[in-house]
Design a protein around this ligand. Sequence first.
Ligand SMILES: NC(=O)c1ccc[n+]([C@@H]2O[C@H](COP(=O)([O-])OP(=O)(O)OC[C@H]3O[C@@H](n4cnc5c(N)ncnc54)[C@H](O)[C@@H]3O)[C@@H](O)[C@H]2O)c1
Length: 333
Amino acid sequence: MTARALDGQVAIVTGAGRGLGRAHAIELARQGAAVVVNDITAEADAVVEEIGASGGKAVASRESVTSAEGGAAIVQAALDEFGTVDIVVNNAGFARNAPFSEMTIADFDAVLDVHLRGAFFVTQPAWRVMERKGYGRVVMTSSGSGVFGRPAGANYCSAKAALVGLTKALAADGEASGIRVNCLLPVATTQFVVESPLPPADLERLQTALGGVEGRKEPERVTALAVYLASPACEVSGRVYSSCLGRYALGFFGVTSGWVSPGNAVPSPFRHMRPRSAIFEILLILRRNGPGPPLLPEEGERHDPGRQEEARNLVQPPMGEALSEKEPFRGME
Ligand SMILES: NC(=O)c1ccc[n+]([C@@H]2O[C@H](COP(=O)([O-])OP(=O)(O)OC[C@H]3O[C@@H](n4cnc5c(N)ncnc54)[C@H](O)[C@@H]3O)[C@@H](O)[C@H]2O)c1
């Protein structure tokens, strides 16, 4: 039999009874890993059977990720059955959407518990094993909702954003001990989406932006990236990747060059703070890096006084007035 990329590796996938987790578990096993298929439902056993039927190695763990004891038991299942743990894919979760004014504390807590605390509870005991052997891969499952926001998701968006923070923190913690930690922003058709669907307008906008291709929402499309991030081939850490309808992209957070207040004077809120719209900041960056789109309307283009005003501001002090006559604003460059 030819060697496979994950031969000898041991993986834990939480929430792997169905949807994305199931697809990750099956592919990890197909690539040679022994897998702990965790889920609170009996679907975990069906996935274990499916993996076994194709010659793979797997064991079910029906513990909930929402307690330290549950997390420890999931990791212990890997140690008992397969002797170690190399990979943790934190995937278990659900949404309980409600407008903010109506969201109950119980629903806020439940969603933070399963996504954020769940990732902590499972990863920490596995981490101790990984640190001892100087190798590990952790994949977090965040969401575009966590980094971009959406209505009725105060609990879900907060939990998913926190997973990005956890990814960055653990990437720094794991740097010296060979542990790489990365984060996914998936989109796939699963029961989760049936229960909390994307608004049709958002889905249409995404499909248009990505070339109008219908479909491409199978969990396996996300799995390809998840399994890569879980493998020894992945050397990057602290990254956030979007896997959306067949497009794979790095997500990032940044700040623009902004306006630097001169000298030691403290700026005043209404004299100096006048951020421009983000789109014009981006146009400015594009223009610096090449010809870019025109900032002022081309001849024949619809007149837009707001846009013209914004464009004019680009060649004037970008934020408010200069702090003092003695230290006039010198421009962005
Ligand atoms: N499907 C998408 O488009 C999408 C988008 C963004 C993020 N996500 C995230 O991806 C992950 C997987 O979602 P999915 O779409 O496969 O959903 P899914 O509902 O099909 O699967 C989630 C699984 O987690 C299990 N689970 C729930 N609570 C658990 C607990 N306490 N302990 C162990 N298992 C538990 C469920 O039983 C279920 O099998 C979730 O974290 C979700 O938030 C999904």
